[in-house]
Design a protein. Structure first.
Length: 243
């Protein structure tokens, strides 16, 4: 890299890369609509469109097996969105890739989180905010202890580590161990007791069952892999909100 640039204020554009042009990274900051905007722009080759569609998916990586976990942008998004109420957006074309990070100037301007803010579209996938994880785990344990579940876990390298076709759900417990690590412990009763610890969860996502406001699949994306729990009967939004 031949040159770096830092400036204050939005970045309009930088010279696209050519064989004779120096590679550049420009960083700009400014205030925009009561938000701090940080822009990072480079003049590289750009991100292929087929990659852009998956960049914020957990465990998606363009690196060879064993060289990357596909969690870098997910972790960044968790820090910016979940913990600071901001957002990350990007656009990319040959010769210019631009990332924008927006952060609220005041934390108290954030709206209060809604545990299960469903929408009429029954295909809606609902992501549970990190601030609601302890409440959600407690409610799920209270309402679904003894329900039949199916478990599948996939390690960060893509290898399936455990599959349970049918077991009884006992509990899902959230524990904030320190400033860096969160732990969610899943306990199932089957022919053998299963205690599965999910270290440093990145996000909890509910997937629809096919019925309006009903969810039967819970995915927990974590640094050590992806855990999928299928519940029978399904979770209903109204039931959870009334606990």
């Amino acid at each position: 890299m031949a040159a770096n640039s830092t400036k204050f204020g939005p970045i309009s554009s930088i010279t696209p890369s050519k064989p004779s042009t120096a590679w550049k990274i420009c960083v700009g900051t400014c205030l925009e609509d009561n938000q701090l905007l940080v822009e990072i722009v480079d003049n590289g080759a750009g991100i292929p469109s087929e990659v852009q569609a998956h960049m914020f998916e957990p465990f998606f990586t363009t690196k060879p097996v064993g060289s990357g976990t596909g969690l870098g942008l997910i972790i960044c998004n968790r820090i910016v969105a979940d913990r600071h109420g901001g957002e990350i957006e990007f656009e990319s074309k040959p010769g210019e890739t631009r990332f924008k990070v927006r952060l609220p100037v005041k934390r108290n301007e954030l709206s209060a989180p809604n545990l299960l803010a469903t929408q009429p579209n029954k295909q809606m996938i609902h992501e549970i905010k990190s601030s609601d994880w302890p409440t959600f785990c407690q409610r799920l344990t209270q309402q679904r202890a003894g329900a039949t579940v199916k478990l599948e876990t996939i390690a960060s390298d893509g290898v399936k580590t455990e599959q349970v076709a049918s077991a009884l759900f006992e509990s899902l417990v959230f524990d904030n161990t320190d400033a860096c690590n969160d732990v969610i412990t899943l306990r199932l009763r089957s022919t053998r007791e299963i205690v599965h610890e999910i270290i440093d969860p990145i996000r909890l996502t509910l997937h629809p069952s096919g019925k309006l406001d009903s969810f039967n699949l819970l995915q927990i994306a974590a640094e050590n892999g992806l855990t999928t729990i299928t519940l029978h009967p399904a979770i209903h939004a109204q039931m959870l909100s009334e606990v």
